[in-house]
Write a protein that binds this ligand. Structure first.
Ligand SMILES: [Fe+2]
Length: 316
């Protein structure tokens, strides 16, 4: 028996020994677990954190190069203190799509998936997004602060996994927060009004026009939550946080005085999509699917059209 097998058996044993009703969130750090087992744990609500990998560091370096060129002569996390709102938004409106659509970004994501043990022939990913969270400055459109949500309210499949990493140093006052008590507990929300195809047709394109107030309709919670205690993970730049798209998470109001720059992307495994595996759906009622956006890590092929179609429900 190899050391990795022994480790896996021990983990499985420990997991089985937990009482069924225990509200436990396990955070695995630099785990050697296989991708297949890791996905099962993610679907059960566990979180995984990895030290920077060669390709995550290359992606961070690539992002920094683009961001620093765009905000020259300002240090990007400080640039918000030097630019008027509309000028700041103009820089982002040009920068974000260039990063998202750059072939080098996708190439580095593929490298990261390999670094982290995902099978490239089975793994499909969506383009990496560059996100900014200004500190007590703008809160709409391209700098929108996301209220508590699950990605699965936004037409993501229940098998979606999210990868997140900071581009510059972060602190507990400008990262993401998880609300683990709600992983298995449904919350009244307006996802029933969301259809991805409609959003693409009408909502997303107007992001750059939203500077001070957010008017686009997004799925949101419909009653007060108990957001605390929450869980925040602070890693060095390029450190990777991996979680289920069904995790309830939010952006912490940024009071750090510095803009947070982060990169995130989503991935699915073909076998999970085919088997409709994933986290349990406790409260998502949206229609449609984002699966058409995913590309295979080996050759950028899309998922089979009939499979995407089988997820592409329409509003009642
Ligand atoms: Fe999210």
């Amino acid at each position: 028996m190899t050391a990795a097998q022994t480790y896996r058996d021990r983990c499985a044993q420990t997991y089985r020994e937990l009482p069924q009703e225990a509200a436990v969130t396990v955070l695995h750090f630099d785990s050697p677990m296989s991708d297949d087992e890791r996905r099962q744990r993610l679907f059960a609500g566990d979180l995984f954190v990895y030290s920077p990998t060669p390709h995550s560091m290359a992606l961070v370096a690539f992002a920094r190069q683009m961001v620093e060129t765009a905000f020259v002569p300002h240090f990007p996390p400080e640039a918000q203190h030097h630019l008027a709102g509309p000028d700041y938004v103009r820089v982002l409106a040009d920068l974000k799509p260039r990063f998202i659509n750059h072939p080098r970004s996708a190439e580095l994501v593929r490298g990261m998936l390999s670094d982290l043990g995902a099978d490239p022939a089975q793994t499909y990913f969506d383009v990496p997004r560059l996100r900014t969270m200004t500190s007590e400055y703008l809160n709409a459109g391209l700098t929108l602060q996301f209220e508590s949500h699950r990605d699965t309210w936004f037409s993501a499949p229940m098998s979606q996994l999210n990868f997140w990493m900071p581009v510059y140093d972060v602190a507990e006052s400008n990262v993401m927060a998880f609300h683990p008590r709600y992983f298995d507990t449904g919350i009244p929300n307006s996802s029933r009004d969301y259809n991805y195809a409609e959003w693409v047709a009408h909502g997303r394109t107007s992001a750059a026009q939203q500077v001070h107030a957010e008017t686009r309709r997004q799925p949101a919670i419909e009653r007060d939550l108990e957001p605390e205690p929450d869980l925040r993970v602070v890693t060095p730049p390029g450190g990777v946080l991996l979680f289920s798209g069904a995790q309830l998470h939010s952006t912490v109001p940024n009071t750090s005085g510095r803009t947070r720059f982060s990169i995130d992307f989503r991935a699915v495994n073909l076998r999970d999509v085919q088997a409709r595996a994933g986290a349990r759906n406790v409260d998502s009622e949206c229609t449609g699917t984002t699966l058409g956006d995913f590309r295979r890590a080996t050759d950028l092929a899309p998922l089979p059209a009939d499979l995407i179609e089988s997820y592409d429900t329409v509003p009642a």
